[in-house]
Design a protein around this ligand. Sequence first.
Ligand code: MRU
Length: 348
Amino acid sequence: MSINPIEYRNGACRMIDQRRLPSEEVWLEYRDYQGVAEAIRSMVVRGAPAIGVAAAYGAALGARDIEAADFAGFMQELERVCAVLAATRPTAVNLFWALERIKTRAVQLTGKALGEIKAALLHEAQVMAIEDEAINRAMGRHGAALLSDGARVLTHCNAGALATAGYGTALGVIRAAVESGKQVSVLADETRPFLQGSRLTAWELHRDNIPVTLICDNMAGTLMRQGAVDCVIVGADRIAANGDVANKIGTYSVAVLAREHGLPFYVAAPLSTIDLSLNHGDQIPIEERSPQEITHCGNVRLAPEGIQVRNPAFDVTPARLVTAIITERGVVQGDYLNGLAALFNRTD
Ligand code: MRU
């Protein structure tokens, strides 16, 4: 049932324009890597795993159009294409992970005809999209066990099908619980300023007939205090080796509230979101976006002209506030430093 927001068809990467949801369902077509880079930057596509898959398609489209005399020239150009895609958004590590995977695949094919390499890179991007949905379904199966029948789950931002190649991470856990026969309802934070909760999470859950109630971000605390929330599940844009979690701005506040009210705070994310090269969350680059997202709603001005604005798009939740991290290889709790590293050493 859940939507697949990115697809490859007839030489083009097609994406649903997430800026226009829920009012309009418009699909945009990108035929070159510059277009895909702009789609990521302007948030036609957003959400860490979806950004990764889009970047892989972008790199494959860029590779297809390279005119080089030999492999060395091809790789030089591919590096340039990947650098343009990498410069679009800084926080979600899936973007860099995906570009590395495409470049590594190219290197594995050293000595092959360039035409063959180009076809293999497109194939790799398609495999990454298919794998992403399968990973989310596996994550869902692991995470669903944490939700009791009747659970009322609060989520922040959109970590759903729209934020991935399909099914979703946090919303994948909810979908899997529902598929296993549990009654689960969702409280969706609207997620100021870009409104991924009201525009996207509410849209996709409502479309899939999963009970969802939209709330403003500043209502989470009072609803927890009234006993209307059983647990929190969010996604992640990057998780450091010690389990610190970067996710949409406002996630940290929700985690603090969950701790105050004794509620479990779960993070669902694939291994491609875990960055073992960073010791802790303060090393995660946090994107600062345009003041316009705060001062305006569409074309309507909400704040005085000339006002100073801060707009960090993400925050870091310290690992001590995270009850468990749900991945496609199982659930990690407590000792994140060893637990997360161990996931990478497993072969299943
Ligand atoms: O700025 P966005 O919309 O790309 O931010 C998205 C989030 O913060 C999501 O929660 C995160 O990427 C997890 S998506 C499975």
